[in-house]
Design a protein around this ligand. Structure first.
Ligand code: ZN
Length: 254
């Protein structure tokens, strides 16, 4: 589910850039990067499901994003295939780093990191859609997201520096999220070794390394289970608490 993936991504970002550094006595990221990054990582954690014709990304921008989803699905073998692998983690992260090298001159703003800005734009739009924060159609969603990106480019362009980390965290969190449901993921795609018959005959082992070669640790059971909703509630509460504590909305004993 898109919303569950995006909340997991935001929670992971808060944990990695704020809670863990404070706990370990290391300098956390600046408050603005924790907050903006949580939102952007929420968007990044939807990326593997770009292979789904009926997913949040496919539905976020009319014909264009539906076309992107169709191409991504076809190129990677369908939903929960290539986009749900270690190769995908590397690909999305490397792609973001490479895109970060593209600078372009635009009216009013001058020279901007155009590649990073476009990825940032897409991730903000995906997160807004998944968290159901925006009302109205695709045009409103993307114009609103473009305003946010423009504000970041003008006020705090250094925010784009952590973008590859955000994408990597988001994609990993997505794969973990899918792995803890019964479907599992083909982590080693395109090479998906299948277990020997004796392995599949065992009811427990069969759940972890499945007949089709997918791997899972299905502590949540099926997608949409009560356990999944409970985890979602806990992660939502943690993210809200973490952001409130980071921004000083609530005081936390040092
Ligand atoms: Zn998925």
């Amino acid at each position: 589910m898109g919303t569950h993936h995006s909340v997991s991504g935001a929670a992971a970002w808060v944990a990695i850039t704020s809670t863990a550094p404070y706990t370990l006595g290391i300098d956390p990221l600046p408050i603005s990067s924790v907050v903006i990054g949580a939102f952007v990582t929420a968007g990044a954690s939807l990326l593997p499901d770009v292979d789904h014709h009926n997913g949040t990304i496919a539905h976020s921008g009319g014909l264009l994003t539906r076309g992107v989803a169709a191409v991504a699905g076809a190129a990677s073998g369908g939903h929960r295939h290539g986009m749900h692998s270690i190769l995908a983690i590397a690909g999305f992260t490397a792609g973001t780093i490479l895109a970060g090298r593209w600078q372009a001159t635009v009216p009013l703003l001058g020279e901007i990191p155009a590649g990073s800005a476009l990825i940032f734009l897409a991730l903000v739009a995906f997160a807004t859609k998944a968290m159901k924060l925006g009302r109205g159609g695709a045009l409103k969603l993307w114009v609103g997201s473009a305003l946010i990106v423009t504000a970041v480019l003008v006020l705090a362009p250094e925010q784009l520096e952590w973008l590859p980390l955000s994408v990597m965290v988001g994609v990993i969190v997505h794969l973990v999220g899918d792995m803890i449901t019964t479907g599992g993921v083909p982590l080693t795609w395109p090479w998906i070794p299948k277990p020997p018959k004796s392995w599949s005959a065992s009811p427990f082992l069969d759940v972890i390394w499945k007949k089709n070669g997918y791997v899972a640790l299905p502590i949540l059971g099926n997608t949409g289970s009560i356990r999944e909703w409970c985890l979602f509630a806990v992660l939502s509460a943690y993210t809200a608490y973490g952001l409130a504590a980071t921004t000083g909305l609530i005081a936390v004993a040092a």
